[in-house]
Write a protein that binds this ligand. Structure first.
Ligand SMILES: Cc1cc2nc3c(=O)[nH]c(=O)nc-3n(C[C@H](O)[C@H](O)[C@H](O)COP(=O)(O)OP(=O)(O)OC[C@H]3O[C@@H](n4cnc5c(N)ncnc54)[C@H](O)[C@@H]3O)c2cc1C
Length: 464
């Protein structure tokens, strides 16, 4: 590959103010900062606030001890393993189960990422048909404007829509309630709601976002997720209902959530199974026996540049640490930012993470820019960290096609398991990795307990 001169590289954009870099996005938005600042230092500050024991008691309540660490986890300012270790350190040694719930919730993140690594772009398609009796084509393709503008008239829905737009964070329970409203009450395609969330959430990502939306929608679960006013009041108190216009009047039909689950089901669904002839995109057998082995740590090589991508934005980045003297690059992926319509507050978060790193910052086509950076430094190898995203895989393929070797530096594993791993449902995955997540050697999963007549309902990703 012909060597370029380092002078042929555009100057680094690292210290250009983010509002200048993305002037059009900032001009169109009033909310330039989200609920949390970006960066490793901020992440460590947030981690220091974690109370994993209290979390186990009140996680489903809006006033509970949710950790708000998800943007740091998604963008790799923290790893799942270090957050898990911080949680375990809070439990008495004799009673690690005090933080069981928190570690179990972290495992959903690991689980969804593993599923994403297997199914790739299918994550955007209905994995199975809606179990609501309604055909997929009866769901509207675009999000109604009143939801986006927080003008539905339901105080809870409007408050959550505003919170999403202004802060980029929603409590897990709120995400479930809002998603259920969008898909089931308004009969909107879950993909429209998922796109809206990805635009605004500081932690938005196709793995955790889409698979949770599919769980709520019933395109990846035996039945749709519903809630009613009783459930809302139990976990949120009267904060929304007290001043809600719909609670005061029956003119618009009153509160749409004031009903039993049986009434809601009758009102919203045409049945308890898929409509005839509907099919899904995923053959579950694909997730039944996924090979797993502990990722090897590579040996350092000469002639390397480091590529830092958006899922591992930390000075503790494994390749940055292994090659402290080699040039490193971060590339703003313009096409993806446009496609996801990434909000100004999330751009600010990422920019703050990047500013802590010793990287040359470029923008444009990621494979082309990383390749150009490598050539400018006479490198034959690009060292980076893995990602489950198909876009990452495509970038790696393009770099290899351009004659570069790509070396992957893995993060510490959250949970090791024997191989192969059954990823069809979280409960089976968890039975296989939980020993390791709590610091023991991976063990064969215990046999499932036979289901009794009054078996508890399957766990939700948020435990709610
Ligand atoms: C419709 C919907 C969309 C969602 N979109 C996203 C998303 O884009 N990105 C994202 O990271 N999470 C998503 N979640 C999962 C979850 O709501 C968030 O991870 C969590 O609310 C983040 O807040 P926290 O850090 O305070 O969580 P905590 O309650 O403190 O949980 C700790 C950590 O556990 C993990 N976790 C907890 N619940 C879940 C879950 N249901 N699924 C996966 N991981 C979980 C997260 O990494 C989280 O940071 C979504 C959930 C729903 C119902």
């Amino acid at each position: 590959m012909p060597k370029l001169s380092a002078a042929a590289l555009p100057p680094s954009l690292r210290d250009v103010p983010v509002a200048e870099l993305f002037a059009e996005v900032f001009a169109q938005s009033l909310h330039h900062r989200g609920f949390a600042p970006g960066g490793r230092a901020a992440a460590q500050g947030a981690l220091a606030q974690l109370d994993a024991v209290a979390y186990g008691r009140d996680r489903s309540h809006l006033g509970g001890h949710a950790s708000r660490l998800s943007p740091y986890l998604h963008h790799g300012a923290l790893t799942l393993s270090e957050v898990r270790d911080a949680a375990l350190a809070q439990a008495p040694q004799s009673a690690p189960s005090r933080v069981w719930k928190y570690v179990n919730e972290l495992s959903w993140h690991d689980y969804f990422n593993r599923v994403y690594a297997e199914i790739g772009e299918l994550v955007w398609r209905d994995l199975q048909p809606y179990q609501t009796g309604h055909p997929a084509d009866t769901y509207a393709r675009t999000l109604p404007a009143d939801i986006v503008a927080a003008e539905t008239g339901a105080a809870c829905i409007d408050a959550w829509s505003r919170e999403l737009r202004e802060s980029g964070y929603l409590h897990n329970h709120v995400r479930m309630w809002l998603a259920s409203y969008v898909v089931h009450h308004r009969r909107v395609w879950w993909q429209a709601g998922a796109g809206w969330f990805i635009t605004h959430l500081l932690d938005g990502d196709p793995a955790n976002n889409n698979l949770n939306w599919q769980w709520v929608a019933s395109t990846w679960r035996a039945y749709p997720y519903l809630w009613n006013r009783g459930n809302l009041v139990r976990y949120a108190g009267e904060r929304y209902c007290a001043g809600c216009p719909l609670a005061q009047t029956t003119a618009q039909g009153g509160c749409p959530f004031e009903a039993t689950y049986a009434e809601l089901s009758r009102r919203l669904f045409a049945g308890k199974a898929a409509a005839p002839g509907e099919t899904g995109a995923l053959d579950p057998a694909r997730l039944q026996a996924v090979p797993w082995e502990s990722p090897p740590t590579p040996e350092p090589l000469p002639n390397v540049v480091v590529w830092v991508h958006g899922e591992r934005l930390s000075p503790t980045h494994e390749a940055l640490v292994s090659y402290p003297d080699q040039p490193a690059v971060f590339v703003w992926d313009d096409e993806l930012l446009r496609e996801w319509e990434v909000s100004a507050k999330r751009l600010s978060f990422i920019h703050e993470c990047v500013q802590e790193l010793p990287v040359h910052v470029l923008r444009g086509d990621v494979a082309a820019e990383v390749g150009r950076f490598a050539r400018a430094h006479g490198a034959v190898t690009v060292a980076t960290t893995p990602s489950p995203s198909p876009r990452f895989a495509a970038t790696v393929t393009a770099l290899q096609a351009a004659g570069l070797e790509v070396q992957l530096w893995p993060q510490p594993v959250f949970g090791a398991s024997l191989t192969p791993l059954d990823l069809r449902v979280h409960a089976d995955y968890w039975r296989q990795i939980s020993a390791s997540a709590f610091g023991k050697a991976p063990a064969p999963p215990k046999p499932r307990r036979p289901r009794t007549k009054k078996a508890a309902p399957p766990k939700s990703p948020g435990g709610a």
